[in-house]
Design a protein around this ligand. Structure first.
Ligand code: PLP
Length: 469
């Protein structure tokens, strides 16, 4: 499979190349040159397959030329054989129309594990093959950091330095990072905000003193391999609900537009998806873009759904490219103008293409709390606030007839409620307990270095510890 950049001028790469590159050299994001398609008969034949086997079948066309069938099968078995639920992503029925797809049975209790666990194995395999070593450097405000650390811990040829703003991530989130014992994991608590930490990371990728001696790696959701791994659970859930004979709609709590874009990919591959509902919190750039073509960044308002508190959604560029006629140079111009002014309008072609499959619904804090209370009262499910944003949007879509009554609506449950116990307790009066498998999180020893907020101290730390990378 050959991959192309959304901005048209970066070299075409194979799957191994895009996995190790992350962002394209022209500032764009990589996408497959063509969407692989499954016929109705081929989709029907996937029914009843265990998750690891289904995962290998869905990913096979995307990794062609970079992994043999045996390598891919072994990797999927290793990654998806160790989740906290035998079904990996179980589907739970709420009422006649509504379902939850539980994506939080990985090691760090959020959906990011489903893809990052795979990415850890891919890095290890590709780096060993090239006899290269890579140092992953990232900044986190919570979920991504812990999922990335757990994915990379004890993998060969790769090390990770994760920056978090000191005192500004939750206890559960910090402990999920700092209690991992592995020689290739470094946690840095820095003085400053998440944005400061993120700025250091960006600067480091442009710092030739660093890039001249180290191969830096990134794990954010612009990495194509992450999106690819997320396509699998759309197929998995739709097949259980009667696909391909029956269409299914999805409501997806959205931040960076990665998870919901994976649903778009599933639709391009032939899965009959009725509608993709982009559920946002009050940080609603995507809702404004999809409802009236206005893609303009504002400030970020902190909410009870921190993993969706974003200013811009990097993966949205992939949709604009695919819906806008795949015109790299035109999109490069549009994105450069956006980066300069922080605002742009979708073209008619982009808006029309997006509206064929996507609808957006915004949930404020009260909407979210009501969705949590409804789920608890009516279905005895304690759900996390991010899932609550999605469920609010799913219920609205059903009520208003946006999605017909005969179409199942699946809300993606992106985090375990115990990751956000305070907000859950306020909404439903119950404090969710951590699942048994992570139950001793508060008994384990923490390991992290504290470091001042200056860029130079972070850079020196990375260079000093690079030997083991
Ligand atoms: C990251 C995250 C999201 C947002 O997912 P995107 O792929 O960035 O749209 C939603 N919920 C939770 C719990 C997350 O960790």
């Amino acid at each position: 499979m050959e991959y192309i950049s959304t901005r048209g001028s970066a070299p075409r790469l194979d799957f191994e190349g895009v996995t190790l590159a992350g962002l394209a050299a022209d500032g764009g994001l990589y996408l497959p040159g063509d969407w692989p398609r499954f016929s109705e008969a081929e989709i029907r034949a996937l029914r009843g397959k265990p998750y690891p086997e289904l995962a290998a079948t869905i990913m096979r066309p995307f990794v062609k030329g970079s992994l043999t069938d045996d390598e891919l099968d072994a990797m999927c078995a290793a990654v998806y054989g160790h989740f906290g639920h035998a079904a990996v992503t179980p589907l739970v029925q709420l009422n006649e129309q509504h379902w939850l797809l539980e994506l939080f049975h990985g090691p760090t209790l959020a959906f990011k594990d489903v893809a990052l666990q795979m990415l850890g194995h891919l890095f290890e395999t590709f780096l060993a093959r090239r006899d290269q070593k890579m140092m992953i450097v990232g900044a986190t405000s919570g979920d991504t950091g812990s999922a990335a650390i757990n994915a990379v811990a004890n993998r060969d040829n790769v090390a990770i330095v994760m920056l978090h703003p000191k005192g500004r991530v939750s206890d559960v989130q910090r402990r999920q990072m700092t209690t991992v014992r592995a020689a290739n994991v470094y946690n840095l608590a820095i003085d400053g905000s998440f944005d400061d930490a993120q700025a250091h990371v960006k600067r480091m990728f442009r710092d030739e003193d660093v890039t001249g001696t180290l191969k830096l790696g990134a794990v954010n959701s612009i990495n194509w391999a992450r999106l690819m791994a997320q396509v699998v659970y759309y197929f998995y859930s739709a097949l259980q609900l009667g696909s391909p004979e029956r269409k299914v709609a999805y409501s997806v709590p959205t931040g960076n537009f990665g998870d919901v874009f994976a649903g778009y990919v599933a639709a391009q591959m032939g899965l009959p998806i009725e509608r993709l509902i982009v559920a946002t919190n009050v940080n609603d750039i995507l809702h404004r873009a999809l409802s009236d073509g206005d893609y303009s960044a504002g400030g970020v308002t902190p909410t009870i759904t921190p993993s969706m508190d974003i200013q811009v959604s990097s993966n949205f560029e992939r949709l604009l490219f695919d819906c806008g006629g795949r015109n790299g140079p035109a999109l490069a111009g549009q994105m450069e103008a956006f980066e300069a002014s922080k605002a742009m309008r979708l073209t008619n072609e982009q808006a029309r293409g997006a509206s064929a499959l996507f609808t957006s619904i915004r949930a404020d804090q009260d909407d979210t709390a009501r969705a949590l209370a409804w789920a608890y009262r009516e279905t005895a499910q304690v759900i996390d606030p991010h899932t609550g944003v999605g469920l609010h949007a799913g219920i609205e879509a059903g009520k208003t007839g946006l999605v017909g009554q005969d179409v199942p609506i699946v809300t993606l449950a992106t985090a375990h409620p115990a990751k956000f116990p305070d907000a859950v307790e306020r909404a439903v009066g119950v404090r969710p307990a951590l699942p048994q498998r992570v139950g001793d999180l508060f008994g384990r020893e923490e390991h992290f270095s504290e470091i001042s907020g200056e860029y130079e101290s972070v850079r020196d730390f990375v260079l000093q510890n690079a030997v083991s990378a």
